[in-house]
Design a protein. Sequence first.
Length: 167
Amino acid sequence: MMSDVADSRSDQGGVAKRGAAALEAAETVVYLGIAALLVAASFVLLGVAAKDLADVIDDFDTNPVVEALDTLLLLFILVELLAAVRITISKRELVAEPFLLVGIIASIKEIVVLSVKAAESIGDGQTFEDQLWEIAVLAVVVLLLGVTAWLLRIKEREPQEGQTNSA
């Protein structure tokens, strides 16, 4: 009777381990799929940025350069997300810093685009003022995300709680 209970618990432990391994494998496959899509999108964006820069030759204006810069900043976001996926797969943990960098890059991207639009709408008082407020809010977001990333790095460098220094 006791051996039946022990066998039953052993079987449940084996099933749980196999289930966890199957879920881990499925998780890895999903992360690899995300990574593959990010890589594909990155190559597409590289082509779009090259096309935008080639448009400068046809239309000697700042608009194609701004569009290329906007595309390249979006490309940086995709590459940072790819790095986050890579770290997640290799360490089997979610790391916050790449996502903070994505937020900083996305905010800077919007600041760049809004500053160009604001320069174009200087004559329109309300639109110009609204865009300046958006830029100010995004600048605060960049500062807050930067401080958060800095505090996170400081915390990661501290010795773990409960560990003793052996000198």
